[in-house]
Design a protein around this ligand. Structure first.
Ligand SMILES: CC/C=C\C/C=C\C[C@@H](O)/C=C/C=C/C=C\[C@@H](O)CCCC(=O)O
Ligand code: ZN
Length: 599
């Protein structure tokens, strides 16, 4: 039976198999208004009610096959929203089906939607709406069983004044007499509610592959189409490693700058931050990551957010397999080294004994957004990387990873399911020898232990060597007042850490032009180095970057570091307060907590 501590739905009694959305997008009222039709099925006997997750939603009506039903909306749970209890007016036996239609509207407190003014878009002429439902924000957009343990198909008719795109295949559009258009969608593959996604804006599409179109504002379409030209090769490599791609289309949507994540694996339509548009295709590993989710997370889904590592650890593992095949093994290993550094930083931020540093944390009573960090990604990856080596390498492990997808596609699983299948696959295909090896793994330390993983993997440092070498050179240059051995050539491959004297930071900037750099990853690291050194001259640049780039990896980390830097706290808070409306509601909530501004 499904267990989900972050949902208030009666998951043990009912499951939803399909949702049809009929929604009108109102940019003036900033609401989605219409209905959600839920096809439900009793999974137990004597089911008389349906309990749905909602958050800041106004319920207008509930009907069953046209007849009104009684319902109550509970007082709001601070983290999980208001449970909507619908009296079904009859008792369902196990296997009985029903269609419940809920008339509703979102409200201005909706945490999934960000409504952008024209001034917040690239083109500055049209408003824009986008949603982000992971982890538990779908309930603020659609009344539903908002748990990844429930997998459903969905369809939608979205009436909007501008083009609408969704995490589904478009099936048609109908012009309306009032000048709006109804955009129709269908998602045939069963997926969890957190993958429901919608964007509406002045969007143009450009084909970049046999099953891929990149969507974005016309002003950036050229740059986007150029940057993501390798998309089809990533998908094919994923198919070679795993199973045929199941979702039909793989389109990309490049969002406005306030999009809070690097990418979001919404099926058929990955959402990405415009910070990937580096102009040199150097940041497209995020696209490899989102494509890997087509199998890991979207087909094989975590049962609840406590096993989030099954989505992300496996996705990072496949992402690095794809990179290894396309760019060479040393690139994949370099990515693992960078990921390891991110994990060290996350453990430092939480503290090594913090429960959220465990691979499988307890999230009862917690907001999953508070538990989000690099840990499920990188500790999960490190466990799989370690298991691959421990069990005999890719020849043994890659067939297992493929079998894992074949076994669990279409299902939601937990860590016990995962481990049981790993044992049975190894025993069946390779015999007792592998089972003995599995029995030697310190499962308790890997899964429940806090802090860094119990085993430190060794990664190939071919590409890291150049960075480490240059880092040492700058470190040793502390004793020299005006070092002369540095040149722009140094940084064709690199990145440093411990704080340097301000004079050296100035020289570094003059030599490498770091303040002017376009690549957001490099800019971010340069800003972090300056903040670590309390280099106040750079604080205004940091504030500018953090208030124009809504990807939390950048703005949240920079504002938190500025807040902790000498004389930086006031500027961090002032910057956030001034630009609060720029951030997506999820980012705004998290940053307010970091800066001690949460209510
Ligand atoms: C143990 C953690 C438990 C639950 C967390 C689940 C969801 C967290 C929620 O905050 C949503 C996360 C969405 C992530 C989307 C994309 C990431 O891959 C982006 C990573 C950061 C970046 O590159 O910007
Ligand atoms: Zn991911």
């Amino acid at each position: 039976m499904a267990y989900d501590p972050n949902s208030q739905s009666n998951l043990d009694e009912v499951k939803t198999s399909h949702i049809h959305l009929n929604l009108a997008v109102d940019f003036v009222a900033k609401t989605l208004t219409g209905s959600a039709e839920l096809d439900i099925e009793a999974i137990a006997d004597n089911v008389s009610k349906l309990i749905l997750d909602t958050s800041f939603i106004a319920i207008h009506s509930v009907t069953l096959h046209g007849a009104p039903l009684k319902y109550t909306l509970a007082d709001r749970h601070e983290k999980y929203g208001s449970a909507l209890t619908v009296e079904l007016g009859k008792t369902l036996a196990k296997g009985d089906k029903a269609k419940v239609i809920i008339g509703y509207a979102t409200t201005e407190e909706c945490t999934a939607c960000q409504w952008l003014e024209p001034s917040q878009t690239v083109g500055k002429e049209h408003p824009y709406l986008f949603t982000q439902c992971q982890a538990i924000h779908a309930r603020s957009m659609v009344p539903c069983q908002d748990s990844p343990s429930i997998k459903l198909t969905y369809s939608a008719n979205i009436n909007a004044p501008l083009r609408a795109v969704m995490s589904a295949v478009p099936t048609g559009e109908e012009k309306q007499a009032n000048g709006t258009t109804t955009y129709k969608f269908h998602q045939k593959t069963r997926m969890p509610s957190y993958l429901i996604a919608l964007a509406v804006g002045n969007l143009e599409g450009r084909e970049i592959g046999p099953r891929s179109t990149v969507w974005t504002e016309p002003e950036v379409i050229e740059a986007a189409a150029w940057e993501f030209v390798d998309t089809e090769s990533f998908i094919r490599t994923g198919e070679e490693l795993l199973t045929p791609y199941d979702w039909g289309r793989y389109d990309l949507l490049v969002l406005p700058a306030s999009f809070p994540y690097g990418g979001m694996e919404n099926p058929c339509l990955t959402f990405v931050t415009p910070s990937l548009l580096a102009g040199d295709r150097s940041l497209v590993d995020v696209v490899a990551h989102e494509i890997a989710h087509s199998w890991m997370g979207n087909l094989v889904t975590t049962e609840n957010w406590e096993h989030f590592w099954l989505n992300e650890g496996f996705t990072v593992f496949v992402e690095r397999k794809i990179l290894g095949r396309m760019q060479g093994k040393e690139h994949a290993e370099f990515s693992a080294i960078i990921g390891h550094k991110a994990m060290v930083e996350s453990v430092e931020i939480y503290g090594k004994d913090h429960p959220f540093t465990a691979l499988r944390p307890c999230l009862r009573g917690e907001d999953p957004d508070d538990a989000f960090s690099s840990i499920p990604y990188e500790k999960g990856f490190n466990l799989l990387y370690y298991l691959e080596k421990h069990l005999g390498g890719p020849e043994v492990f890659e067939p297992y990873v493929r079998a894992h997808v074949q076994e669990f596609a279409g299902r939601s699983i937990n860590t016990n399911d995962w481990k049981a299948f790993l044992y049975s696959f190894m025993e069946k295909n390779f015999g007792q020898e592998k089972v003995d090896l599995l029995n030697k793994v310190d499962w308790e330390a890997w899964l429940a232990g806090t802090g860094m993983p119990p085993v430190e993997n060794k990664f190939d440092d071919t590409l890291a060597k150049a960075c480490n070498c240059l880092c040492k050179k700058w470190d040793h240059s502390r004793s020299v007042e005006k070092p002369t051995e540095f040149s722009p050539k140094d940084i064709e491959e690199f990145s440093p850490t411990r704080s340097l004297p301000h004079s050296h930071l100035e020289l570094m900037d003059q030599t490498y032009g770091l303040t002017q750099v376009r690549n957001a990853e490099i800019k971010f690291r340069w800003h972090m180095i300056c903040l670590k050194a309390n280099y106040e001259k750079m604080y205004p640049e940091v504030a500018e970057f953090a208030s124009t780039m809504g990807r939390m990896k950048f703005c949240r980390s920079l504002l938190r570091a500025l807040y902790l830097a000498k004389n930086g706290a006031e500027l961090a808070r002032a910057t956030f307060n001034k630009h609060r409306a720029f951030y997506h509601p999820i980012a705004a909530t998290m940053i307010a907590k970091d800066l001690g501004l949460a209510k």
